[in-house]
Design a protein around this ligand. Structure first.
Ligand SMILES: [Zn+2]
Length: 151
């Protein structure tokens, strides 16, 4: 057992919209305020920190800010056909066709935009910035639901 720090603030969030494959209400375009919190485990550094909280918050915000107020589209989905025009994106999802302004879309290299995969995506980005640390990322899309990825 070692040290762990937790960064969990209602300020750390992004708002985005998406749709999922499943054949219920989540397959319709809808949005969430995604709350993101992280836990970092490691030995203490020379300043007796696991990690500097201010630095950790800045790194996390730098990852999620580019996701804020976008339509999240998973580029690795085998269920979507994505066509890019100069200023628009056309998405074919089974029997639906969406056309979005290019500027409103954020492509993510994921098979789907579930909270689980968003947690893994954010984890991967944070791991690049905090190598050698054990990181847990939690993504909550409502007060009662949260997905966790840790490694
Ligand atoms: Zn959703």
């Amino acid at each position: 057992m070692g040290y762990k720090v937790v960064l969990d603030s209602t300020e750390i969030k992004f708002s985005a919209c998406h749709f999922l494959k499943e054949p219920n209400q989540c397959s319709r375009l809808h949005g969430h305020n995604y709350y993101v919190s992280v836990e970092i485990s490691d030995d203490l550094n020379e300043n007796y920190f696991v990690v500097d909280f201010i630095d950790l918050k800045e790194k996390l915000v730098s990852i999620i800010k580019p996701m804020d107020h976008y339509i999240l589209i998973p580029t690795q989905s085998s269920d979507l056909t994505i066509r890019e025009d100069e200023d628009s994106i056309e998405i074919i999802a089974s029997n639906k066709r969406y056309v979005f302004p290019r500027a409103d879309v954020l492509f993510l290299p994921l098979p789907a935009t579930t909270s689980e995969l968003l947690a893994k995506y954010i984890h991967g980005k944070l791991k690049e910035l905090l190598k050698n640390k054990e990181i847990t990322v939690k993504v909550g899309e409502s007060k009662s639901t949260m997905a966790i990825y840790e490694a």
